[in-house]
Design a protein. Structure first.
Length: 429
């Protein structure tokens, strides 16, 4: 089907904005891919709007998650590890095998190539490169939403759709009682001789100077005996400068890991919100926010990929059951309310310094089977498992944080205001 440059009376069935993990995962579900096999193929055409080449397109990124595989994106998995290690500030390590789960790495380039190939093989799917400026209600009063954009040549592009699923990040963070940032810089390194165990991933290594507020750790994902992704990560209120990250990485690779001579082949850097703010998923009857914009990032860990898959599957299933035009677009929650409440308590405890972050995470893996911890962190644990994990945490500080949370106001981060109305969103990023 030929894409229309201007809106017409008959809208497009589905428009997905964004070509990252959230947008492409939803598009992939909607064309019927995945290991579950029983997903119905949607009867609606699908248009994915990705930003054009330039500053709006993010650089290559790394996404990690755990599952019992093989999964939907097995062809794009860069590496996987069956053993995990958490090292405390004193150098004592907890090594564990969370079978049947394995820790997996996806590079965004391989993921995008795989999903683009799948979409290209589906007769009802198409990818459009354009800069989205805003999503608004249709001016003719008909059900649906209007996407206002410009193509790479700067020409106007208007798309009317029955449903719009929007993965653009929010312009401003939501009002919150606690907001930390998980910020990091990673090096893809090549050492002069074998230095890594390709079967073991260092999930958290706390043998680093700790910031005055928050916590810091190293993160090592071996790709070969002489190659690895090595990251410096902080949970704190403000990111560092690039020079600050570089200094921390040099200290970690030389003093702590003792890697000797190495070559940095590539670097990546990012900031992930860790907040108990409420991300509004529904921006209108036909306009739904997905991914990080829809609250998919787990507040206490910064992981989002697995929640994005759950959210995508739920949307695809809802559309398959009720594809009738005019109905309100499905906006499933990516996390259980119970998980978000526990995360809010943990964030408050970390932010106030009532618990020692390095000790907390190290003890969590030391006292609890790793498979259970990972399911807890992924939001798939049972209430009984949550209770057992809670009883192994510093109960006093946690109860104090839980008691005071309802009394705390939700505030904007300094220098920001509340999220603007949906129809006034800025360009995609």
């Amino acid at each position: 089907m030929r894409l229309r440059r201007t809106a017409e009376a008959e809208p497009l069935p589905l428009v997905v904005i964004g070509g990252g993990a959230a947008g492409l995962s939803l598009a992939d579900c909607l064309v019927g891919h995945g290991h579950e096999g029983h997903r119905p193929r949607p009867r609606l055409d699908l248009t994915v709007v990705e930003p054009p080449e330039g500053p709006l397109r993010p650089p290559p990124r790394t996404w990690c998650f755990w599952d019992d595989g093989p999964g939907e994106y097995e062809q794009a998995v860069t590496a996987q590890w069956s053993r995990l290690r958490i090292t405390g500030p004193d150098g004592n390590a907890v090594e564990t095998e969370p079978a049947p789960l394995r820790y997996r790495m996806l590079r965004s380039t391989a993921f995008e190539e795989l999903v683009h190939d799948r979409l290209g093989g589906h007769p009802g799917a198409r990818i459009v490169r354009a800069t989205v400026h805003r999503v608004q209600t249709r001016p003719d009063g008909r059900p649906g939403a209007r996407v206002v954009a410009t193509d790479p040549a700067g020409r106007p592009l208007t798309l009317d759709a029955r449903y719009v699923f929007d993965s653009r990040p929010p312009v401003r963070p939501p009002l919150a009682r606690t907001t930390l940032l998980q910020h990091f810089r990673g090096w893809f390194v090549h050492t002069d001789r074998p230095r890594f165990d390709p079967g073991t991933a260092d999930l958290m290594d706390f043998r680093l100077p700790q910031p005055a507020h928050g916590l810091a750790f190293g993160y090592v994902l071996p790709l070969a005996p002489d190659r690895a992704l090595v990251e410096y990560t902080e949970f704190s209120r403000r990111p560092l400068t690039t020079a600050g990250y570089e200094h921390a990485l040099r200290d970690y690779t030389r003093r702590v890991l003792g890697l000797g001579t190495l070559t940095v082949e590539e670097a990546e850097q990012g900031v992930i919100p860790m907040t108990d703010g409420r991300f509004p998923r529904r921006a209108g009857p036909a306009h739904v926010r997905i991914g990080t914009a829809g609250g998919a990032t787990r507040p206490a860990t910064g992981y989002a990929f697995a929640a994005i898959q759950r959210q995508s599957r739920a949307i695809a299933a809802a559309l398959a059951r009720q594809p009738t035009p005019g109905r309100t677009a499905p906006a499933p929650a990516p996390h259980r309310r119970r998980a978000l409440v526990m995360d809010a308590v943990l964030l408050r405890a970390l932010d106030t310094g009532r618990i020692d972050g390095p000790r907390f995470f190290t003890d969590l893996f030391r006292r609890t089977p790793a498979e259970q911890v990972l399911r807890f962190l992924d939001g798939r644990s049972t209430p009984a498992e949550d209770l057992r994990i809670g009883l192994r945490c510093p109960v006093g500080p946690m109860l104090r944080c839980a008691a005071e949370l309802p009394l705390l106001p939700r505030r904007a981060l300094p220098g920001t205001g509340p999220e603007p109305a949906p129809d006034s969103c800025e360009e995609s990023r």
